[in-house]
Ligand binder design. Structure first.
Ligand code: 2AM
Length: 173
């Protein structure tokens, strides 16, 4: 199973991000569906199904939602953009570091060596389209708190991936 742990987004934030993705040129960008928008905390990759039992307590240990804010719209990677993302500002680093260390201690994850840069992918470049050099839009800053941390299984299809929640930890707001 292709697994990842993510912070979910409240509905008003998903609505704003969906509108932003849809405002980008549809011949260039394929917007991410509202139900698929999330902030990835740890991408575990292909794992055996029995790992879910070891991952669940790490996810369920989280209980408090950090206060966050939507930031700038960025192209990633900057020089040969594949995705349109929105930066996330605020104290998410501690939660991400706990999840990452917990998954490592459970023997199911090797933490990234790159620094964590919280973001939401809102659109993906369509195939055979030349990547633009500048982000096509800006967003109003919206403050929010994530409602839950979730372990997802990602299923790849011809027209993108769908994400199914396996373990969900609700967070106090
Ligand atoms: P992205 O938002 O930057 O595209 C599910 O694929 C989630 O895991 C996506 O949000 C994706 O991040 C993230 N992710 C991180 N590393 C990945 C990798 N090596 N392959 C696929 N997805 C990855």
């Amino acid at each position: 199973m292709r697994l990842f742990v993510a912070l979910d987004l409240p509905e008003d934030v998903r609505d704003a991000l969906t509108a932003a993705g849809q405002a980008a040129d549809p011949e260039v960008w394929r917007p991410v569906k509202p139900e698929s928008l999330h902030i990835t905390l740890a991408f575990l990759g292909e794992r055996p199904e029995e790992d879910v039992e070891a991952i669940a307590p790490v996810v369920l240990a989280e209980s408090v939602a950090p206060r966050l804010e939507l930031g700038d719209v960025l192209l990633l990677p900057p020089r040969r953009a594949r995705v349109l993302t929105v930066e996330i500002h605020g104290p998410l680093g501690d939660l991400q570091a706990r999840v990452s260390a917990g998954l490592e201690a459970a023997g199911v994850y090797t933490p990234e060596t790159r620094p964590f840069r919280a973001h939401v992918t809102i659109a993906r470049l369509r195939p055979r389209v030349r990547p633009p050099r500048e982000a096509p839009l800006a967003l109003a800053p919206i403050a929010f708190a994530g409602p839950s941390v979730t372990l997802y299984v990602s299923r790849l299809h011809q027209h993108g991936a769908t994400y199914q929640p396996l373990v969900k930890a609700p967070l106090a707001q």
